[in-house]
Design a protein around this ligand. Sequence first.
Ligand SMILES: [Zn+2]
Length: 124
Amino acid sequence: MNDNDRKRLTEWLGECWHEEDANATAQQIRDQRDRAIWAICANCGEPFLKQQGHTFTTPDDMMACKDRLVELGRWEGFIEYCLDQDGDDFHKDITVNPWFDIIKWLINPERFCQLVADFLKEGE
Ligand SMILES: [Zn+2]
């Protein structure tokens, strides 16, 4: 997943995509935090840890995306989008009940988050 996708998903989750304000002074960094790891965001003005932020490769991120899809009423549309994907991974394990394989295929944080990003892009 690239930064554009991470930015899209982060903002879609209702959070700020923090970007370092190069003009922020040490004074603005609350509690005299270490400038090597803390920065002031140029978008929301809040201090943030430079290494923090969603990677969209974790189970927590996958759940956040799932909850947001449900909250926005887009879960069904997302599943239909996933069923239209013809990745090799998707079709090679089809066994007795395809849903068993589809669910197994889908519950993969990195894949799931990328599918959400692609799904959102398609709807733009
Ligand atoms: Zn921010």
